[in-house]
Write a protein that binds this ligand. Structure first.
Ligand SMILES: [Zn+2]
Length: 130
């Protein structure tokens, strides 16, 4: 992992969802440093079987436990790379600038890669009757 500049709203090139390849978005990782694949919100939700429909721009959603908001998705926690690129911060040790940097990233993938072109033309039916 290359280093990251918290003052810039940019992600290192290898800050990438291991499942769908999404970049430039917030990523989550299981809370066991270094062992686990990076996941975007969508993929983390899929793996954890959690509905993240209400996730907001800060990457927070309604907590699974009582009231309040959380930036956890099941066992997946925000993955904040260290500035020197050596690894990731433990969740509780993440410096404020790191949290800020993560918060400013897009929460979810907006543009998904289009599936391979299928050469079937859609025949639109114009004969709609009302
Ligand atoms: Zn993903």
């Amino acid at each position: 992992m290359k280093g990251v500049d918290y003052s810039k709203n940019k992600t290192p090139p290898d800050y990438k969802c291991s499942k769908c390849g999404a970049t430039g978005v917030k990523l989550w990782q299981e809370n066991r440093i270094g062992c686990c694949p990076l996941l975007c919100a969508n993929c983390a939700a899929e793996i954890e079987k959690i509905d993240i429909a209400d996730i907001d721009a800060d990457g927070r959603r309604s907590s699974d436990f009582g009231s309040g908001r959380t930036d956890h998705i099941g066992d997946q926690l925000p993955a904040v790379p260290t500035e020197n690129g050596v690894g990731f911060w433990a969740y509780t040790a993440t410096p404020n600038e790191g949290c800020e940097w993560w918060r400013k990233l897009l929460t979810r993938v907006l543009i998904q890669k289009k599936p391979k072109k299928v050469s079937v033309k859609k025949s639109k039916k114009k004969n709609k009757k009302k």
